[in-house]
Write a protein that binds this ligand. Structure first.
Ligand code: GLU
Length: 501
């Protein structure tokens, strides 16, 4: 009894990323605040991988997230690589736990089998949208008798498991930063808990794990506020004590819109590749909606922990401004890094991470002496390239076609799941064929945009080495240099792109 009470009183927070893309600065920001909160309270900070979406989750993404958090110094006390009492810490390894728990809800009548086809759900949704009423499941399968359900299950019919939701009233809860929040049950859908592949949805696995991992405080982005009623109801169904909820303000672009990679580089890998110092990035994330009581802008992670007070988080959307980050990074370089350390860290930046070893075979072919190397390879390590519009002039390609090549390439690369030279080559070849261009012509504006020159080392290899964030930045800058894309043209491009093979 005593032990249980002690665990319940212990502060335990977690970051629960889904490994479905590049490690996002938003993940690091939420990790930082969770870590500060638990460590300030002498508690534990847990890393849990939420990889139940089998189609979108990848091992590379998981590795990217772990490596990036480690690079930023945001270590965790328990996680997939750091076994603790509450593991496994990867949801794909916990399938049995979820099915055991969904069985409990089925038995107690809190959840039900739903056999509705995707077609039926699509029509239902369209009709609801047309009638301008709340979109959501209509409870069709709630009317099936026990026998009907059993017969369908015996026949092996495809099904999901949904949770029951009260028809009337509202859910009231407290948010640590926002106070009382009320959401009407009529706004809450009969959430799918177990999908037809037998795996849980985010909502179900998240609640079960937060409980089983003894999480005391759920500190996460404000986009999850509307999910709280479903989560609280699950706690109630299981007769579990819910954690305390705290929804942090979302990071924003300088124009106040939600931080997005369309406007700002959002991947932590980008900041590493650009040569920012991890301690400066972490410090900057600590300034997102929070400040030191002294008002000092430069502070270490330890200083942040010892001064941490979650109630100092301000809810006005914090602006993630790359220029301000660069200013802070420069301050670190000047004030915290000795000349000797500067050299060491610069060399490890340029030579570490396989960057130099992947560039070497490309440039070795083309140089005669070391002094040729810097000019030929500088585009791999430069932040921005100095290019002008006339560099894109080509006798067979007009500006419109060049812009189209750059935009189509960007869209295609953003969707690429496997970032390898072969994949990139295949994709570019296929767009080039569809545009009826010779591959040399097609690659011309890409050479200029990516390497700064019409002739250079292989542009496809360069794309693969630079990575999507840097490539996105370069392609976008090139499009801007060429005059950008008007709204009207964007529509035409969109349509043509969708028709590409
Ligand atoms: N897997 C969710 C995400 O990717 C976690 C949200 C939460 O913290 O509850 O953001």
């Amino acid at each position: 009894m005593f032990v249980k009470k002690e665990i319940m009183n212990r502060v335990r927070t977690r970051i629960a990323p889904s490994p479905t893309g590049d490690p996002h600065v938003g993940t690091a920001y939420i990790a930082l605040f969770n870590r500060c909160f638990s460590h300030k309270n002498k508690g534990d900070f847990i890393l849990r991988i939420e990889d139940t979406d089998q189609l979108r989750s990848t091992k590379e993404s998981e590795k990217g997230i772990l490596d990036s958090l480690r690079w930023l110094g945001l270590s965790w006390d328990e996680g997939p690589d750091k076994p603790g009492e509450y593991g496994p810490y990867r949801q794909s390894e916990r399938a049995e736990i979820y099915s055991k728990h969904s069985d409990i809800l089925l038995k107690t009548g809190r959840a039900f089998h739903c056999f509705c086809s995707q077609e039926r759900l699509n029509v239902l949704r369209q009709n609801q949208m047309q009638d301008k009423i709340q979109v959501g499941y209509d409870g069709h399968c709630l009317n099936l008798s026990k026998k009907e359900v059993q017969d369908k299950l015996d026949l092996g019919e495809d099904h999901v498991i949904r949770m029951k939701i009260p028809e009337t009233g509202e859910c009231t809860f407290n948010d640590l930063l926002r106070g009382e929040i009320r959401i009407e049950w009529s706004q809450v859908d009969m959430q799918v808990l177990i999908k037809s592949d037998g795996l849980p949805t985010y909502h179900f696995a998240n609640v079960v794990d937060d409980h089983l991992m003894a999480i005391s405080h759920v500190i996460r982005g404000e986009e999850w506020i509307n999910s709280v009623p479903k989560h609280l109801l699950l706690y109630e169904y299981f007769e579990w004590t819910p954690p305390i909820f705290c929804h942090m303000p979302l990071l924003r672009n300088p124009d106040k819109s939600k931080l997005s990679k369309r406007k700002n580089p959002t991947s932590i890998g980008y900041y590493k590749a650009m040569g920012y110092l991890p301690e400066a990035v972490t410090n900057y994330l600590g300034m997102m909606g929070w400040s030191m009581p002294s008002g000092e802008e430069k502070f270490t992670a330890e200083e942040m922990i010892s001064n941490f007070d979650i109630s100092r988080v301000s809810l006005g959307g914090p602006i993630f401004d790359v220029e301000k980050l660069s200013w802070l990074n420069g301050k670190y370089l000047r004030e915290e890094v000795s000349d000797k350390e500067f050299i060491e860290r610069f060399v490890s930046w340029i030579a570490g991470d396989e960057k130099l070893s992947s560039i070497t075979p490309l440039i070795k072919e083309r140089v005669e002496k070391f002094s040729d190397v810097v000019e030929l390879s500088s585009f791999f390590v430069s932040a921005e390239l100095k290019i002008t519009k006339d560099r894109f002039s080509h006798k067979k390609l007009d500006i419109d076609t060049s812009v189209k090549i750059l935009q189509f390439t960007l869209w295609r690369l953003e969707d690429l799941r496997s970032w390898t030279t072969d994949e990139i080559r295949l994709e570019l070849q296929s767009i080039s064929d569809a545009m009826d261009l010779k591959i040399r012509e097609f690659l011309f504006p890409l050479f200029v945009a990516i390497t700064g020159n019409p002739i250079s080392v292989s542009v496809i290899e360069s794309i693969s080495i630079l990575g999507i964030d840097m490539v996105r930045m370069r392609l976008r800058t090139a499009i801007d240099i060429l005059g950008g894309i008007s709204k009207k043209k964007q529509k035409v491009f969109d349509k043509e792109y969708r028709e590409l093979p």
